[in-house]
Ligand binder design. Structure first.
Ligand code: CTP
Length: 408
């Protein structure tokens, strides 16, 4: 990935961006976005939705873009000049900023009810969305469903950020800053060319229901698994990212399979085979409740409940011991609070994997939920103690080691 320096923004020379401006207060930032993209050498063809026009004027948009602004699906002159299908295809990338809840819902459902949504449906080019909406709207189950649907459809996202909103509320929903959107666009164009390797990465915690409102889970944030997936993607690997619930968005460009329970994760991983390698960074709940009540357990009508637990499938061991479709390299993690390397060596043997990345998850280590990680790479032929480094660096180093083996 080309890292832009502070003084010299990444060049987007000759890149053609079709910018769809949705109707939200953040639409004013789209004017700045046009300027920054043009500074980097991109050409910007703007499309303003009817709602977008309530926030910014067509005149200011077209003056900054130095291009005509497209506004309606049924404009006779526009259609004669350039049909909407052609408009959707002549760009290198479609950027939607702000992407409102309404635009996301329509895109997820494949609805083409105006020019912007028709362009999203008709295009054969990638799309990057910068969501912006009220925090409740962002967190609403319908928007989250649409977001996951769009991620699975291969749509890329930048943001939303967390912070104070125009409506006075606080939380995730603010549109990403213009600089961040430019960086995401730059990353899109500078991504390494695809190499012919496919890696499955599990990440995050799993959740096992006790009743409709309670569950068993753990403190995993998903940061290390996300960093590994990110490092592999930036090396051109096709990544299937199977993740339990995590507040960290999946990296741009992965094939994302969201799951909740260990059994869902197990099914998703096995369905994703064959793969060249599999990395099991998820903190899978070892046990689940034998039976889960359809109704909430009530305090008043019950004695203190005794949880009857049964063991979850060991996903890593299951894949490592497969006869058919065993990946060339199977990498497990060992989350330990004591005798880390001894336990990791035992796990390597018991689970029949090739490597174990062992880490200290004792409360004092600060690793769970933190930015850094100190790991030991345990192989059957020896140990490698890595110094403390960021989870991103652990991801990069591990990705390099994995590719070295896959390219042997
Ligand atoms: N793992 C898995 N499926 C499980 C449990 C663990 O795939 N049901 C994987 C984890 O993703 C990790 C490795 O096995 O790569 C070790 O996980 P860890 O929690 O450290 O070990 P456990 O097998 O759960 O053993 P223990 O809790 O006794 O340390």
């Amino acid at each position: 990935m080309n890292m832009p320096t502070e003084n010299k923004p990444e060049s987007l020379a000759e890149k053609r961006i079709l910018l769809l401006i949705g109707g939200g207060i953040a639409a004013y930032k789209s004017l700045e976005l046009i300027r920054r993209l043009k500074e980097r050498g991109a050409s910007v063809t703007p499309v303003l939705t009817a709602a977008g026009e309530e926030f910014v004027t067509p005149l200011s948009v077209s003056a900054l873009a130095e291009q005509k602004v497209y506004r309606s699906l049924f404009d006779y002159d526009d259609e004669v000049e350039m049909g909407h299908i052609q408009l959707s295809r002549k760009a290198d990338l479609l950027v939607v900023a702000p992407a409102t809840a309404d635009l996301m819902a329509k895109a997820a459902a494949g609805i083409a009810s105006d020019l912007a949504t028709t362009l999203l449906l008709a295009t054969d080019k990638p799309a990057l969305l910068a969501p912006a909406m009220n925090v409740r709207m962002w967190e609403h189950v319908a928007t989250q469903r649409n977001y996951n649907r769009l991620l699975q459809d291969g749509i890329k996202f930048v943001g939303p950020a967390e912070g104070e909103m125009a409506c006075g509320e606080y939380g995730p929903g603010r549109m990403a800053e213009v600089e961040e959107i430019c960086l995401a666009i730059g990353d899109h164009f500078s991504a390494s060319p695809r190499i012919n390797k496919r890696v499955i990465v599990t990440s995050g915690p799993t959740r096992e229901s006790i009743d409709p409102v309670r569950y068993i889970s753990n403190r995993s944030s998903g940061a290390q698994g996300t960093a590994i997936a990110q490092a592999l993607i930036s090396r051109g690997v096709e990544v299937v990212f199977v993740s339990g619930p995590s507040a960290i968005p999946p990296p741009v460009g992965v094939h994302y399979i969201p799951v909740e329970t260990a059994r869902e994760m197990d099914a998703a991983v096995n369905q994703a085979l064959p793969a060249d390698a599999a990395v099991f960074a998820a903190a899978v709940a070892d046990w689940r409740a034998r039976s889960t009540g359809a109704q909430k357990l009530k305090k008043a009508t019950q004695k203190i409940p005794q949880l009857d637990l049964i063991e979850n499938p060991d996903i890593l061991a299951g894949v490592a011991k497969r006869q058919k479709h065993r990946p060339k390299l199977v990498v497990g993690f060992a989350a330990e609070t004591e005798d880390i390397e001894i336990h990791a060596q035992q796990k390597l043997k018991q689970k029949a994997c090739d490597w174990i990345v062992a880490n200290d998850v004792s409360v004092n280590s600060g690793i769970v939920g933190g930015k850094d990680n100190a790991v030991t790479l345990v192989r059957s032929d020896g140990l490698e103690r890595w110094p403390s480094m960021s989870k991103l660096e652990v991801g990069n180093r591990l990705a390099d080691r994995i590719l070295a083996v896959l390219n042997e």
